[in-house]
Ligand binder design. Structure first.
Ligand code: BDR
Ligand code: CA
Length: 320
């Protein structure tokens, strides 16, 4: 099994990314770290614990509270999509260990993530489904982590339209300086970006809810309610008929790359711009003739197969 570390900001779709990373048969989730993004770091950390708890993740998988702020800017949280808790829509019980472990700042969080990753002894894939603050700090403070990384796969960015501003996607726009560090780092063996035009083809339709409900369990009902809330906010803000389940798409890439069409290209991060701060400038046609620093996934070839994979992981978690 491929060892993976998941840095996330749960978040409805991050919750599904945790489940897929923990229960896909070809992946071994070795740890989770949290970023501020969809909600404050307090909330996203609490949510990571909640999801781990209800999904039956073993306590041997650490959950490390990451950086409280972004590198240079104010964190912009997203209650209009994820609600006041970051996981609105249902009451999820707290992890029994949450109170003792995660409500205080961990001075050594970066070292702890680094140590856990390097201790694996095999190249680890780092998956990021939130703003890239923790990943950028890791690469800057511990560049030697490079030897322990297989690749960094991130959910974020857009080739065309954004979702936070017309040209900028939420995760990248929240911390463009961190994104710039990651996209220009010499310490990432391979960088993969899963942009939102891809995830906009992976929507949790009514049929998916029905498959969840057919599991007839408390666990499945919690997930169903999360999707209902997410669907309602996506309808209200973006007029989508069904919500795109962004984050698990990055996990799916690591589990089965054959499911994706991809192209390597130069991607630059716009940091100062009147209209396009946080834009991922994807040079699809190699107009700038700059170094090709990023594999961009252009299409998910078989969305049905993704849902089968996601539902299989949920069924396994459900049994736990
Ligand atoms: C990203 O933004 C967040 O709201 C989601 O969790 C996802 O990571 C999509 O733009
Ligand atoms: Ca996220």
């Amino acid at each position: 099994r491929k060892p993976v570390w998941l840095d996330c900001d749960p978040g409805h779709d991050d919750a599904f990314a945790i489940i897929l990373a923990a229960y896909h048969p070809s992946l071994e989730l070795i740890g989770i770290s949290t970023a501020a993004g969809n909600q404050t770091l307090d909330r996203t950390t609490q949510n990571a614990y909640k999801v781990a708890y209800i999904s039956g993740l073993p306590n041997t998988i650490p959950i490390i509270r990451g950086c409280e702020e972004t590198l240079c800017r104010q964190v912009q949280i997203c209650p209009e999509i994820h609600g006041q808790t970051g996981l609105d829509g249902t009451d999820i019980p707290d992890h029994p260990e949450y109170k003792t472990l995660s409500d205080k700042h961990d001075d050594n969080f970066l070292w702890n993530i680094y140590k856990r990753i390097t201790d694996v002894g095999r190249p680890v894939t780092l998956i990021a489904t939130g703003p890239l603050t923790n990943v950028a700090l890791l690469l800057k403070v511990f560049p030697q982590i490079s030897k322990s990384l297989a690749e960094v796969v991130l959910l974020g960015g857009c080739i065309g339209l954004g979702n936070m501003e017309p040209g900028s996607e939420f995760n990248i726009m929240n911390d463009p300086e961190a994104a710039h560090i990651v996209f220009t780092s010499r310490h990432v063996p391979r960088l993969v970006m899963v942009p939102i035009e891809l995830t906009h083809t992976v929507c949790a339709t009514q049929q998916i809810s029905e498959r969840l409900r057919a599991l007839s369990s408390r666990y499945a009902s919690i997930l169903d309610h999360l999707l209902l809330f997410f669907g309602a906010t996506y309808k209200q803000v973006f007029q989508f008929d069904a919500p795109p389940l962004h984050d698990p798409c990055a996990v799916a890439y690591v589990a089965n790359r054959d499911l994706f069409e991809e192209q390597i290209m130069h991607v630059g991060i716009e940091r100062r711009s009147e209209y396009c701060q946080g834009r991922t400038v994807c040079d699809l046609y190699d107009m700038h003739r700059r170094e090709k620093n990023c594999v961009v996934t252009l299409k998910m070839k078989n969305v049905e197969q993704f849902w089968d994979m996601m539902l299989d992981a949920i069924q396994l978690a459900n049994k736990n």
